[in-house]
Write a protein that binds this ligand. Structure first.
Ligand code: IPE
Ligand code: IPE
Ligand code: MG
Length: 249
């Protein structure tokens, strides 16, 4: 049975000092490598190392859900060689890291249209998810071949299949989206300097606090995470209300 979480548009969610759910666009790997006259894939390899550190840092800070954008539905447009190196890295990371994650109490989820991945990668994903399914310390969601528009359309289509002729509502759609097991992200971080969403979690980011940093993903460490959390802690999350109303509570 999946827990039901508040929808930021139909109810007012609880906001805690430490963000319960952090979602990150891990951008800037290519530029990190270029600065060092290395091939782009070296930046991606370094980026994988940061994922491991970020999981640990989030556990230590009491973050319960960490969601990482690893490969977008538009990243297939990249040169074939880079795409296949990224897939190899994904396979290697799963082979190497799942055991450690399990020992650390991490529950792994991979969301996106996985049908385009080869069988070996899909098997590793299934095995990793099954092995870690009962862990509760941190839920790590990796978004792979993910697109926010795909997520919404996929949910709507699946809902329609179950409810032919029905009328869709926000609460009805929520369980069909790709992360029904997680509350909406409190804090969204994009590294690498770009200030855009790039088709990441379009539905779920409705009321997330947005944080953009010039730091390239392979340089994003626990200290950089603390800066993001400090910025988050200064925000007033009003969810449509006035500041005065918040003081009254
Ligand atoms: C993000 O880094 C990783 C993926 C999209 C897979 P980039 O590869 O986009 O790095 P930049 O933006 O070119 O520096
Ligand atoms: C977003 O980064 C996707 C991931 C980090 C996986 P991109 O580098 O693909 O985004 P754009 O093309 O600069 O918007
Ligand atoms: Mg990029």
């Amino acid at each position: 049975m999946i827990k039901r979480f508040f929808s930021s548009t139909t109810e007012i969610p609880q906001a805690a000092a430490v963000p319960r759910h952090v979602a990150i666009i891990m951008d800037g790997n290519g530029r990190w490598a270029k600065k060092r006259l290395l091939p782009r894939v070296a930046g991606h390899a370094q980026g994988v190392e940061r994922v491991r550190d970020m999981v640990q840092a989030c556990i230590e800070r009491g973050v319960e859900y960490l969601t990482l954008f690893a490969f977008s539905s538009e990243n297939w447009r990249r040169p074939e060689d880079e795409v296949s190196r990224l897939m190899e890295l994904f396979v290697m990371a799963l082979e190497r890291e799942v055991g450690k994650m399990h020992r650390n109490g991490v529950c792994l989820k991979v969301v996106g249209d996985l049908s385009r991945f080869d069988q070996r990668l899909r098997d590793l994903i299934t095995q990793g998810e099954q092995k870690t399914a009962s862990n509760t310390r941190l839920t790590l969601t990796v978004c792979a071949n993910y697109g926010g528009r795909w997520d919404i359309l996929n949910a709507a289509n699946n809902w329609l299949r179950d409810n032919p002729g029905g009328e869709l509502s926000e609460d009805a759609l929520a369980p069909y989206l790709s992360m029904p097991y997680a509350p909406e992200p409190d804090l969204f971080i994009r590294t690498g300097g770009e200030q855009r969403i790039s088709n990441f979690l379009l539905w779920q980011l409705a009321y997330s606090e947005l944080y953009f940093t010039e730091t390239l993903w392979p340089d994003f460490d626990a200290k950089a995470l603390d800066l993001a959390i400090a910025s988050y802690q200064k925000r007033e999350r009003r969810f449509g209300r006035t500041s005065e109303q918040l003081l009254e509570r």
